[in-house]
Design a protein around this ligand. Structure first.
Ligand code: GN1
Ligand code: MG
Length: 371
């Protein structure tokens, strides 16, 4: 039965009278709605959180609240507006950060920040540059968060654990799709070693673990009318991992000249100009706290995360489409092929990407007094 969205919205401490609750956006995991209210009262975002993906949801909401509180305090100190430059969670009437309905579904609400723009692609280098600054600034804001965060998705960007899941799904082949995707499977298998080599650097601490966002698609950032980043949203995946995952995931998304699920793979490639613009913005904010090793692996992180995404889409296809929302029976396979094309393009341009990162880092060093 469809949930009664208005009565669910009424379970939260909202200002004003609810006018309507409408679907919003195209997230692959949660279901998102806009709560419109009468008159001058603020509008709100309502989400049904996906409990098959995130578990336990109450711990996830605690993570989000800790991060928001931390960012708000800093925004306030800097003279900014904490209601616009950070997400504001709205508690349920009983004070909890979520509402559990009769179907055992979890719902959460946050303030809708009006007058902002969410983009689906990085249309210009200027936008990519602003996005890079936004992610870098987010990471620096949460860098000194002392409160512990629950690992809400164990192994999320951990390729060792992804391989365990992958080997399992391949062994079971639950819907008999494996034989039809032998070529695609070989794309994954042939790159195992280089991906594990990167992962080992994280496991042995050569690449440090920090608070990171872990899902840095461009539509997880709100821009203001001037094109500056106002607020980073979609904090479900905020956890401790390498910040390179944020950089890599953003590059996977921002630089793609095609769509994530482009049926025509000729459209898909890595746009070097967008790469340079994002990296410049990112390093302007994050360059000062990244270690030498992190800077060295920036370009590789784009290979790592794009590869992981190929694996995740293909694994979900072989598994019978249990994770990502799909629009057609072969949607996950289309996504796999499009992301693989992007991976090939990144691999081709890898040396130039590494050089570009080095040049940007060096140009900042020159600007710093005393260096
Ligand atoms: C999911 O929820 P959304 O659409 O922001 C996914 C990301 C993937 C992305 C693929 C929790 O993000 O990891 O990269 O789809 N989020 C989760 O576009 O799995
Ligand atoms: Mg999202």
């Amino acid at each position: 039965m469809d949930p009664d969205l208005i009565s669910i919205a009424r379970q939260f401490r909202l200002d004003g009278t609810i006018r309507a609750v409408e679907p919003l956006g195209e997230g692959f995991i949660n279901d998102t709605f806009l709560i419109r209210t009468e008159g001058d009262s603020p509008d709100y975002i309502l989400q049904r959180k996906n409990k098959r993906v995130f578990s336990p949801i109450p711990a996830m909401m605690d993570n989000i609240e800790k991060v928001c509180r931390h960012i708000k305090a800093k925004v306030k100190k800097a003279g900014g507006d904490p209601l616009r430059e950070a997400m504001t969670l709205i508690p349920a009437v009983d004070g909890k950060l979520y509402y559990l309905d009769e179907e055992e579904e979890y719902w959460a609400v946050c303030l809708f920040i009006d007058g902002t723009i969410a983009y689906d692609s990085a249309e210009t280098p200027e936008l990519a540059y602003a996005g890079g600054r936004g992610i870098g600034k987010f990471q620096s804001l949460v860098a000194d968060l002392k409160e512990p965060l629950t690992d809400i998705l164990p192994g999320f960007h951990n390729i060792r654990i992804r391989y365990e899941q992958w080997d399992n799904v391949l062994r079971k082949d639950p819907v008999g799709r494996k034989a039809g995707v032998a070529k695609e499977i070989s794309w994954i298998e042939s790159r195992r070693k280089e991906m594990m080599d990167f992962r080992k650097l994280v496991e042995n601490g050569e690449i440090p673990t920090r608070v990171s966002h872990n899902d840095t698609k461009i539509n997880n950032i709100l821009f203001d009318q001037k094109g500056e980043v106002l607020c980073v949203i979609d904090l479900d995946t905020v956890m401790n991992s390498t910040v390179l995952n944020d950089f890599g995931d953003a590059i996977r998304y921002y630089t793609n000249t095609g769509k994530e699920d482009d049926e025509n793979t000729d459209h898909v490639s890595m746009d070097m100009e967008i790469f340079k613009a994002f990296s410049s913005g990112y390093l302007e904010e994050a360059g000062s706290f990244l270690t030498e090793k992190e800077r060295e692996y920036l370009a590789f992180s784009a290979r790592y995360i794009t590869y992981e995404q190929v694996l995740r889409f293909l694994m979900d296809y072989i598994d019978g489409d249990n994770y990502y929302k799909i629009k057609s029976a072969d949607h996950n396979l289309i996504r796999t092929r499009a992301q693989y094309q992007l991976l090939l393009s990144i691999e081709e341009q890898y040396d130039a990407m590494k050089r570009a990162c080095l040049d940007i880092c060096n140009s900042f060093k020159k600007q710093m007094p005393g260096s």
